[in-house]
Design a protein around this ligand. Structure first.
Ligand code: C2E
Ligand code: CA
Ligand code: CA
Length: 467
């Protein structure tokens, strides 16, 4: 890559010189042009005008001209004449590469085409022409036969008795990049890997495996622990208020399950709910939720007849023929009237629409409203929404977050609001955390809000004090 970059600058430098050249040879203007090209290039040290094998003037100030460049070493297929090991009168202890096209020659540093930063001791880097194997630049002896390792291909790796050699041909220039590592150096590299990298790798992977086993064990233990937590009564509910921004009042609350173990450790519902679902024990958990609502609510609805409590159902609950009966019992026990209870279910939990539809129908007959939870995150089949007897859409927090950030997703929110209006559904925006979100959502036509910006989940006793 480095050799190609140098070649690029040479090509563009030479073509600029040839096209811009309107001046008499070695006139003031001609020399200024050469100076400008030399100054504007990183790799070109100087530019000169050539006559035969002599440089007759150049961008170098105060150099003795003309001076002898020596015989050309190579003429490239594109007509560029190359000379290596050229000594300049102003720096006789160094040698340069001179590339000439027409009357102009560019003087380059020998190291630039292979200047790739730090190089390990003994490593050979070289840029060599593919035809005739002329060394454009190298930091060591490159036997001419190395080029033959390429054969017909553009890349090759070859091992000789002394070196591991890697070759890559440029697809734009007649150049091959070569890197050769001495076998001895390779041994130290292998030693380093054997002594340092592998032991570190073993230790790290052992730790990783231990962590994976720990979590897998915890995970596989979880259903058993949930079962014992049900027995030990470690679950309780918090209720997060839902706000009607038309009146500013709290009109309902979502029951959110909480689990605190005897040792004080809290386990989050997004860990234990999926675990219970997977282990086929979510119905037992839902039974407990209904029992907890019964315990918490008591005569609550006598004093707050317009308030509602919203309960989350999992997919298995929706497909369980006993769910409606359980809600009927709860409803009777707490004296819930029409509209006092809502069930929330996600779109994705309707795996068997016919069975779920039957449960929904029975719940609706009990005066219970239905909310689609996390709306927008599932594969919303709008047609199924139309066919379902649903009253609320809860816009997922990810969309609520987006309204003050990404234009594209907030368009989706607009679409959801329109859809809800067409289907005559109420919208609840979930996870609202800022005033800005409320402003935008209200301007779009959202009326109900739930989120930390308004109120956090709390005990029903605490909530009672604030209604
Ligand atoms: P969800 O139904 O989407 O519940 C809303 C979640 O958002 C709750 O998390 C709530 O605490 C959180 N939240 C509310 N406002 C904000 C806010 O402003 N910012 C942020 N960052 N979060 C907010 P939680 O309580 O951890 O519940 C997580 C999920 O667990 C629930 O998501 C629900 O899917 C499930 N879950 C909770 N309780 C029950 C339950 O009784 N039964 C079932 N089946 N699932 C439940
Ligand atoms: Ca919910
Ligand atoms: Ca939700």
């Amino acid at each position: 890559m480095r050799a190609e970059m140098v070649a690029d600058q040479v090509t563009s430098g030479l073509s600029e010189l040839v096209t811009a050249d309107q001046n008499a040879t070695c006139s003031e203007a001609n020399i200024s042009l050469m100076r400008r090209i030399a100054m504007s290039s990183i790799y070109i040290k100087a530019v000169g005008r050539v006559d035969g094998n002599h440089m007759v003037c150049s961008s170098l100030e105060g150099s003795d001209v003309p001076f002898d460049l020596g015989e050309p070493a190579l003429v490239s297929p594109s007509g560029v004449i190359a000379r290596g090991d050229v000594q300049l009168p102003i720096a006789e202890d160094m040698s340069f590469v001179v590339l000439q096209s027409g009357d102009y020659a560019l003087i380059l540093h020998k190291e630039h085409p292979i200047d790739t930063g730090e190089v390990e001791e003994g490593v050979i880097l070289a840029a060599i022409t593919r035809t005739k194997a002329w060394t454009f630049a190298s930091n060591g002896d490159v036997p001419a036969e190395w080029i033959s390792f390429l054969g017909e291909s553009d890349r090759a790796v070859e091992v000789t008795s002394n070196y591991v050699i890697s070759l890559i041909a440029s697809d734009r220039y007649d150049l091959v990049g070569i890197a050769a590592i001495p076998i001895g150096e390779l041994d130290t590299l292998v030693d380093h890997i054997a002594n340092v990298a592998i032991p570190i790798g073993i230790v790290a992977s052992t730790i990783l495996i231990a962590i994976i086993f720990y979590f897998r064990r915890r995970h596989s233990e979880l259903p058993a622990v949930i079962r014992s937590a049900l027995k030990r009564d470690e679950f309780f509910l918090e209720y997060q208020p839902i706000i009607d921004t038309d009146s500013g009042k709290w009109v309902g609350a979502e029951a959110l399950l909480r689990w605190q173990r005897r040792n004080g450790e809290r386990i989050r519902p997004d860990i234990f709910i999926p675990a219970a679902e997977e282990a086929g024990m979510i119905q037992g958990v839902t039974d407990r939720v209904l029992e907890l609502v019964r315990r918490d609510v008591g005569p609550f609805f006598k004093f707050h007849p317009d308030f509602y409590i919203s309960i989350n159902l999992s997919s298995a609950d929706l497909h369980d023929v006993q769910t409606a009966t359980k809600f009927q019992n709860l409803s009777t026990e707490i004296g819930a009237a029409d509209g006092n209870l809502i069930v929330e279910a996600t779109e994705t939990s309707f795996t068997m629409p016919d069975k779920a539809r039957e449960t929904i129908k029975q719940l609706r007959n009990l005066g219970i409203s239905i909310a689609i939870d996390d709306f927008g995150t599932g594969y919303s089949s709008l047609s199924s929404l139309k066919n379902l007897d649903v009253q609320y859409l809860k816009i997922d927090k990810s969309f609520v977050d987006s309204v003050t950030r990404e234009a594209v997703t907030s368009k989706v929110v607009l679409h959801i609001v329109d859809l809800a209006k067409t289907l005559n559904l109420e919208i609840i925006a979930e996870g609202v955390e800022s005033e800005d979100q409320v402003k935008v959502l209200k301007s779009l036509g959202v009326r109900f809000f739930q989120g930390w910006y308004f109120a956090e989940p709390q005990s029903l006793d605490q909530l009672r004090l604030n209604i």
